[in-house]
Design a protein around this ligand. Structure first.
Ligand code: 13P
Ligand code: ZN
Length: 275
């Protein structure tokens, strides 16, 4: 029988948890990750699914376009650093019901574990990203990216006030997230309100900053999603370092240069963030 831990979806999921831990973005149980499995992923993993169906749990949100989907998810209160050591206790696979409103565990999340407390936010974001990308997006990743969080104490909490310095602090940024980033004001985590606020932004953006909390990133696969979070955090780190020198900024990437990057790399920058 196939070892579920050796299937590409589960293996890739575990690797991303480890990568995030190694970056220092997952203190204690901080952060969470979900992956919407392909039909092939599900069929490969199915032999390992629980024989007895488990009970359904209502999510408090309903996403019809996710009916019948399967997600790999980190567990609530589980530590990313423990995922590679004991995957079945720290992550699991859940099935979504026909109404898109409830989940049940089909593998993992052993010993009474449940999906991340941010599961409603992940599910709503998956629903939006699945729709706006024509089904391409499959990964939602929440990390406590240090420098992104630091900037939420000193920058105005608007999409424009975050996007511009991020674009200007690393030349590849306008290419990686040409639509910019969204910003969610401080909100209580884990609830339906933050889920709604974030998913509204994800209609436009691939990533959203959570004030005084972290980053939400989406993408078609683990590499692209991790790469997006990494790029945003690296740019934030550079900007924090620039601000920390206390010296005046003598030069940056001006708007005409941002436009030149967009032209040569064939991307369309969000004009709302250019002068
Ligand atoms: P979970 O352990 O429930 O995933 O919560 C961690 C977190 O970062 C909440 O925002
Ligand atoms: Zn968090």
């Amino acid at each position: 029988m196939t070892d579920i831990l050796k299937t590409p979806a589960v293996e890739g999921f575990i690797r991303m948890c480890e990568d995030g831990w190694l970056q220092g973005w997952h203190e204690r149980n901080g952060g969470n990750l979900t992956y919407r499995m392909t039909e092939e992923d599900v069929e490969t993993a199915r032999p390992a699914f629980t024989a007895e169906p488990r009970e359904w749990h209502e999510m408090g949100v309903a996403c019809e376009n996710l009916a019948g989907e399967y997600f790999i998810t980190t567990g609530s209160g589980k530590y990313f650093r423990n995922v590679p050591l004991a995957p079945a206790a720290n992550i699991g696979i859940v099935e979504i019901n026909d109404a898109g409103s409830a989940w049940r565990i089909v593998w993992g999340l052993e010993n009474g574990a449940v999906p991340t407390s941010e599961f409603p936010t992940h599910v709503m974001n998956h629903s939006v990203r699945k729709r706006v990308t024509g089904g391409a997006n499959r990964v939602i990743y929440h990390c406590h990216a240090t420098n992104v969080i630091a900037l939420t104490y000193v920058l105005p909490l608007t999409d424009r006030d975050f996007t511009r310095p991020l674009w200007q602090s690393a030349t590849e940024c306008p290419v990686v997230f040409p639509e910019g980033v969204g910003v969610v004001p401080w909100m209580v985590p884990g609830g339906v309100d933050i889920a709604k606020a974030t998913s509204k932004l994800m209609e436009t953006y691939q990533a959203a900053v959570w004030a005084q909390h972290g980053l939400f990133a989406s993408g078609p696969d683990f590499d692209t999603t991790f790469g997006l979070a990494h790029t945003i955090e690296k740019s934030a780190e550079i900007y924090v370092k620039v601000l920390s020198t206390g010296l005046p900024v003598r030069q940056t990437i001006e708007d005409e240069s941002l436009r030149a990057i967009a032209r040569d790399f064939g991307v369309t920058l969000n004009e709302a963030f250019l002068d």
